[in-house]
Design a protein around this ligand. Structure first.
Ligand code: AMP
Length: 444
């Protein structure tokens, strides 16, 4: 457990970090603003020990900082057992290896697509691809139980590109919970479908609807979007789905958590009866089973171990006592050289924005993503983080859903997640591709 003492902060599992107030400017300076990097006692705006400023508060008011339960007023309190946030990482070598039955070259897809797969550098299918691609190529409806990071995008994109390329008038609708995920899928689609005459349009909220309408009028084969905007376009008569014979629901569990159930039901009801449906979800709850029973036709379930991403994540808690300011404890952690690329989760949009601004003022390089931010700004923030121009991204759960970012060394739960599922999802942003990651959860 992380605990501030006079000379060090210590995590419950025993990892100790020097508090390092007078950390040399050179340490980790590549990732920070200015020449010296953030220093506790010399922070440009908030010298160590100064009174909490409003912008430092996170999910609560200035005065609520460090004063116990009051700080959670108006925000649902998490009831997860704190012990669930502590877990030693499994040494990477011990993580069970999946032996793929196929190579990409074995799949019955056109040569143009095979060439693009090679160009993208994919040789061996991931477990979800290995199992789902042959079934999808055979036209089966699929329930894919897999989280982000398992390669599920290619698992549905490859068979669908092949179908569109080989078939006549095939149309595909892909629905995702977030704008970022939609645009990530679109990027991947364009890479896999390069030179194949396949067009796509992103129909996402926060972006200009006029442009989407004009792109839709060009009759793209792939429509990728978020439930609200897709429904809006259907209602305006600009998106007609009668001829859409293929549907992908990505991260179904997230979409239902986010309250999109009615939008999704409405969209699904406008699709033709004869269609191929591919639903992907990290978990299968009763609500999802209901949706599956209503809309899927004799589906085959393809399931991959979804916990594997957290096996190689070292999980620990950071205990913040009532007389401590969270931001100061966070500052100390971020100053550690091992915190190279850090994703920080907060609960409220304003809190996320404030925290990111505060960290910037302290000399850290930070950006933020949350639902109140315009789409172009969200994309920019994400790009800055992905391309290592900033090394800290502060995000709400919703905005961070489905993000695929390389080399995140630490996930910090500055605010507790609402449920354990969200927790697992958050920490899955680190420790990817068999790398070791660290997840730290602030508890009071
Ligand atoms: P996804 O779960 O679709 O978000 O994919 C996670 C990451 O794995 C992405 O960066 C993909 O580019 C990468 N990826 C997916 N499948 C493969 C594969 N078969 N070989 C190499 N990389 C892959």
């Amino acid at each position: 457990m992380y605990q501030k003492s006079s000379s060090s902060v210590r995590t419950k599992s025993g990892n100790s970090f020097n508090k390092n107030r007078g950390k040399p400017a050179s340490q980790g300076s590549r990732k920070r603003n200015g020449s010296g990097g953030p220093q506790r006692s010399e922070g440009p705006y908030v010298p160590f020990g100064s009174a909490p400023r409003k912008s430092a508060s996170f999910g609560g008011s200035r005065s609520s900082f460090g004063r116990g339960p009051k700080r959670f007023r108006g925000v649902k309190k998490s009831i997860i057992d704190q012990n669930k946030f502590i877990k030693k990482a499994v040494p990477v070598a011990e993580v069970e290896e999946y032996v793929s039955k196929h190579k990409f070259a074995d799949f019955n897809v056109c040569q143009e697509l095979k060439n693009n797969i090679i160009t993208k550098g994919y040789e061996t299918p991931t477990p979800i691809q290995d199992q789902a691609i042959p079934e999808a190529l055979n036209g089966r409806d699929i329930i894919g139980v897999a989280a982000t990071g398992t390669g599920k995008t290619a698992a549905f994109i490859i068979p669908l590109i092949n179908k569109v390329f080989m078939g006549k008038n095939q149309k595909v609708l892909i629905i995702t919970p977030t704008r970022e995920l939609a645009s990530q899928i679109d990027i991947e689609l364009r890479e896999f479908a390069k030179g194949m005459g396949i067009r796509s349009v992103q129909c996402i909220g926060g972006a200009r609807i006029g442009r989407q309408i004009s792109e839709l009028s060009r009759n793209p084969q792939f429509v990728i979007g978020t439930p609200g905007r897709i429904n809006d376009l259907i209602k305006r008569g600009r998106l007609r789905l009668e001829g859409t014979q293929n549907i992908v629901l990505d991260e179904v569990d997230r979409m239902l958590d986010m309250g999109f159930i009615n939008d999704i039901k409405t969209i699904l009801s406008t699709l033709p009866n004869h269609k191929q449906s591919l639903f992907f979800s990290a978990t299968i709850s009763t609500r999802i089973s209901g949706l599956i029973q209503t809309f899927l036709n004799n589906p085959v379930t393809v399931s991959v171990k979804t916990t594997v991403t957290s096996d190689n994540v070292e999980q620990d808690i950071v205990k913040v006592s009532f007389d401590q300011r969270k931001i100061e404890v966070l500052h100390d952690i971020l100053n550690k050289p091992e915190c190279e690329k850090v994703l920080i989760f907060g609960r409220t949009k304003r809190g996320v924005e404030n925290l990111s601004n505060d960290l910037e003022k302290r000399g850290f390089k930070s950006s933020s993503i949350h639902g109140d931010k315009a789409q172009n700004k969200r994309e920019k923030a994400l790009r800055l983080f992905k391309e290592n121009h900033v090394n800290i991204l502060v995000a709400t759960d919703v905005a961070a859903r489905g993000l695929d970012i390389d080399d995140v060394t630490h996930v910090i739960n500055y605010d507790l997640p609402e449920n354990y599922e969200d927790y697992v999802h958050r920490i899955g942003r680190t420790g990817r591709a068999n790398k070791r990651g660290t997840a730290l959860t602030f508890v009071s």
